[in-house]
Design a protein around this ligand. Structure first.
Ligand SMILES: *[C@@H]1O[C@H](CO)[C@@H](O)[C@H](O)[C@H]1NC(C)=O
Ligand SMILES: *[C@@H]1O[C@H](CO)[C@@H](O)[C@H](O)[C@H]1NC(C)=O
Ligand SMILES: *[C@@H]1O[C@H](CO)[C@@H](O)[C@H](O)[C@H]1NC(C)=O
Ligand SMILES: *[C@@H]1O[C@H](CO)[C@@H](O)[C@H](O)[C@H]1NC(C)=O
Ligand SMILES: *[C@@H]1O[C@H](CO)[C@@H](O)[C@H](O)[C@H]1NC(C)=O
Length: 382
C-alpha cells in the first residue's frame, strides 16, 4: 500500500516507477492542470529566487520536503481531512537541484566498512546525564556542529520541556567532527554551558548520516538504557511533547519492539547516479526498501537501540539513514507501527494555524526563528 496517495473523487491512485521511470498515473484533467501549474510556479520561483506565497507549495519547502523524503514525491498534507492532497513531482524537476552530490567510489567503500558505531569514540559526552535525570523519554537530535541557532531554538522551546505529565524528558544533540580548532573550542564552550552535546569522531557530512544515526543508537544503548522511549528527531522539526507523551502513555502503546512515525512503504531505491539519493546496487541490491520510518522524526521503545546496533553488524551500510534503520529492523523481524493517528506525524503543514500545531506530534519547519515564533504562539494562554 502506498501511503498518502489518496483515492477519492478526482484524485486517483498514482504510483511511481523505479528511478526515472515514467509516472504511472491515471488522473483527471484538473489534477494535471494543477500539477502543471505547480511546476510552472516552482520554475518561476526557482528562477527568480523568491518564494511565492500563493504557490501550491513554496519552492523552499519543496526542496526541504524532497531532501527529507529522499525520493521523487512530495506529500502535501492538509490539516483538514476533507482537503487531503498529494502532489507527485516529476523526476526531471529535481534535476534542477543546484548541487547534486555524486558519491564517489571511495566514500561508498568507506561507508560500507565503517558504519558500525564501535569504530568511533565520543569526544564530548554526557555519560551520567541519564542516571542523573532518569528520563522516561529522550530526544536525540543529529545536527551539524555549526548549527548553533538550531540548537538554541530547540533549547528555548521543546528541548526545554524537562517534565511532561509527570515524566522526565531529556534532549541531547549529536554532532560529528568540527572543521578546525576554533570551531571545536566554541563547541566545547557550548557544551560546558548547556551540558547537552555529544560529539563523535566521524566527519560530519550529509553522506555520513547513517553513521550519525548508528552513533545515536549506540549512545542510547550504552549511556541511557534506563529510558523508556527515545525519539530521533531532526533539528528543523516542531515537537508537541504533550501529544507525544499522551501517545506513549496510552495503555496499548507497546513498551518493547515499538517504532512509529511517518511510515514509508515500497519505496524504490534511486539508481540515478546524478541524484543526491543515489544508492548503488553494490551497497543495496534490492530494488525497493523495506518498510521504514521517515528519518525526520521517529519514536521508539528504548530496547531497540541496542538491538539495532547488534543487527547492523549483519546489515551492509548504505547512505540512506532511515531506510538503513528499516533494513536493520527487518533483520530483527520488527515491523514499524502506524501511529494511532497518522495525521500527527506530518511532513508539511501548509500555512500556520495554531489549532493544527496543537494537534500534531511533529512536523517540518522552515527555520529556527519560525520554531521560536510558533512555540510562543502555541504556548500562549488562551
Ligand atoms: C538537505 O539536508 C542536509 C542534511 O540534513 C542539509 O545539510 C542540507 O542543507 C539540506 N538541503 C536543503 C535544500 O534543505
Ligand atoms: C485524509 O487523511 C486522513 C489521515 O491520513 C484520513 O483519515 C482521511 O480519511 C483522509 N481523508 C480523505 C478525504 O481522503
Ligand atoms: C526553560 O524554561 C524555564 C522555565 O521553566 C526558563 O526559566 C528558562 O529560561 C528556559 N530556558 C531557555 C533556554 O529558554
Ligand atoms: C564521511 O564523509 C566524508 C565525505 O562525505 C568522507 O570523506 C569520510 O570518509 C566519511 N567517513 C567518516 C568515517 O568520516
Ligand atoms: C519505564 O521503565 C522502567 C524501567 O526502566 C519501568 O520500571 C517503568 O514501569 C516504565 N514505565 C512505563 C510507563 O512504561
Amino acid at each position: 500500500m502506498e501511503p498518502n496517495l489518496f483515492n477519492r473523487k478526482g484524485w486517483k491512485r498514482c504510483s511511481l516507477g523505479p528511478d526515472r521511470a515514467p509516472l504511472r498515473c491515471d488522473v483527471k484533467t484538473g489534477f494535471i492542470l494543477l500539477l502543471t501549474s505547480a511546476f510552472l510556479l516552482t520554475a518561476v520561483a526557482y528562477v527568480s529566487e523568491f518564494s511565492l506565497k500563493s504557490a501550491v507549495i513554496p519552492v523552499t519547502w519543496y526542496k526541504k520536503v524532497l531532501n527529507k523524503t529522499h525520493t521523487y514525491f512530495a506529500v502535501i498534507e492538509n490539516p483538514s481531512p476533507s482537503e487531503n492532497r498529494t502532489i507527485v513531482l516529476a523526476p526531471n524537476s529535481i534535476q534542477q537541484s543546484p548541487t547534486p552530490q555524486i558519491p564517489s567510489q571511495t566514500t561508498e567503500i568507506s561507508l560500507h566498512h565503517v558504519a558500525h558505531p564501535s569504530n568511533y569514540h565520543f569526544i564530548l559526552d554526557e555519560p551520567d546525564k541519564c542516571s542523573q535525570y532518569d528520563p522516561f523519554l529522550v530526544f536525540m537530535v543529529p545536527v551539524a556542529p555549526h548549527q548553533v541557532n538550531a540548537r538554541n531554538a530547540i533549547r528555548s522551546t521543546w528541548g526545554n520541556e524537562s517534565s511532561v505529565q509527570g515524566k522526565a524528558v531529556l534532549t541531547l544533540f549529536l554532532v560529528g567532527l568540527t572543521r578546525g580548532s576554533e570551531a571545536q573550542q566554541q563547541l566545547e564552550e557550548e557544551s560546558q554551558q548547556h551540558r547537552d552535546l555529544v560529539q563523535s569522531n566521524f566527519v560530519d557530512s550529509y553522506f555520513n548520516l547513517t553513521i550519525k544515526t548508528m552513533v545515536i543508537m549506540d549512545w542510547l544503548a550504552t549511556r541511557c538504557p534506563q529510558a523508556n522511549y527515545s525519539m530521533k528527531v531532526d533539528s528543523d522539526m516542531y515537537i508537541n511533547v504533550e501529544n507525544l507523551m499522551s501517545l506513549l502513555l496510552k495503555p496499548n502503546t507497546p513498551r518493547q519492539n515499538y517504532i512509529t512515525g511517518h511510515l514509508m512503504w515500497n519505496r524504490p531505491v534511486i539508481r540515478n547516479k546524478k541524484s543526491k539519493w543515489y544508492v548503488s546496487e553494490e551497497l543495496y541490491p534490492e530494488p525497493k526498501y523495506p518498510t521504514y520510518v521517515l528519518g525526520m522524526g521517529y519514536v521508539f521503545s528504548n530496547d531497540l537501540p541496542g538491538k539495532i546496533v547488534e543487527a547492523s553488524k549483519k546489515v551492509k551500510a548504505f547512505n540512506n539513514e532511515d531506510a538503513y534503520v528499516g533494513a536493520c529492523l527487518k533483520q530483527l523481524g520488527i515491523k514499524p507501527s502506524s501511529p494511532p493517528d497518522s495525521s500527527q506525524f506530518r511532513v508539511y503543514m501548509g500555512q500556520y494555524k495554531r489549532e493544527n500545531f496543537l494537534r500534531v506530534i511533529t512536523t517540518l519547519l522552515g527555520s529556527p526563528q519560525q520554531l521560536v515564533n510558533i512555540w510562543k504562539d502555541v504556548k500562549r494562554p488562551t
